[in-house]
Design a protein. Sequence first.
Length: 457
Amino acid sequence: MSDGYWSADALRLLSETAVRCGRYLGGLSTRAVAASPAAIEALRRLEQPLPVQGCAPEQTLALLDELGSPATAAMAGPRFFGFVIGGSLPAALAANWLAASWDQNAAFFGPTPGVARLEQVALRWLNELFDLPAGTAGGFVTGATVSNFTALAAARHAVLARAGWNVEADGLFGAPQITVIAGDEAHPSLLKSLGMLGLGRSRIVRVPVDAQGRMRADALPAMQGPTILCLQAGNVNTGACDPFSPLIEVAQRHGAWVHVDGAFGLWAKVSPRYRAQVEAVERADSWATDAHKWLNVPYDSGVALVRDPAALSAAMAVTADYLPASGVERNPCDFTPELSRRARGVEVWAALHSLGRAGIAEIVERNCAQAHEFANRLSAAGHAVLNEVVLNQVLVSFGDAERTRAVVAALQREGTCWCGITVWQARTAMRISVSNWSTRAEDIDRSVEAMLRIARG
């Protein structure tokens, strides 16, 4: 490759890579979900000085596969239930590889019209999928933390602009105070976003929640002045969603901005069976969600959506003499924190195109049915299911906190499946999150058998 072009040897490297990837993916359904102690110990071989001289790319790839692949958790596989994440759909993974080959800096339409247009179409499809207001703007970012950050930056701009303050120009020093309201079980990514925006984590007005973690509409505080109300679609422990209709009605009556953290719960909107869980969510002002959850695209892929395009672009747009001039086409970088950015929207487009509305609904409904199957079978065996299973989340106690932690730790070591530990409303529980497109009935059978066997001790 000394001439700077892709040689036949370099192209063969890509073919070899595809073979290695296929071997890895093909083994996900049979391998232990957690990395083995031997695989973790073998990583010590990576602890070597930076080479003075390089080596053939084939050698680099072989070492990476030999040491790296066994030391991964099978998060892309059908029995990883530890976090609310999906695996990569074949079409989305293939699109990710193709987009990586294109290697586009997806900031401006002018130099990269293909990926910019794909992202624009994907955003329009998402708006249709979630029944959001016409004209809703958005951007593709890394995940829920940055999608919350991006949407809340638009909220900060809008509520201060109404009070006559330009926060992008003048900052927060001397600005009118913004009241931020959130539920007692708001996700940490939302709190981190508020901290990064200078709105603080400890000064949030917290609203009590009900027995499932839903914000209580009857406990909303009085609202006046610049106010942002943060709601939740999909409690990370229970899956429960806030009652959007009464909460949004009160907030809008007082001129507050309503933001919804819908990292996974917003996808319930696609399902005829489960969309009642998020009824009226489309009446909010902004939404954050992840595509690497129920849409099952590769990491990392978050989406920020804002009803008012002007508020989002005012918070995010960037200009400089050396950058392409703005034109009639949408420049992606005007709607996200990043200037240099990969074309995340390409795999989102591919997933939406390959599945269609019906395919996405089928994944959501199948995963929710599988969560109910977990709950029913574990409950029938005498173990306490702590939550109402309304979407894809199940909380299970195997006794006291010590016993539950021991069962979860043993399950993770055993390797049939992988579930996490949580503490919810003072109860220690195993959390089961079902959101992978490839999870089938036999995976539930194998996982339940392992859970019950280990719980019997």
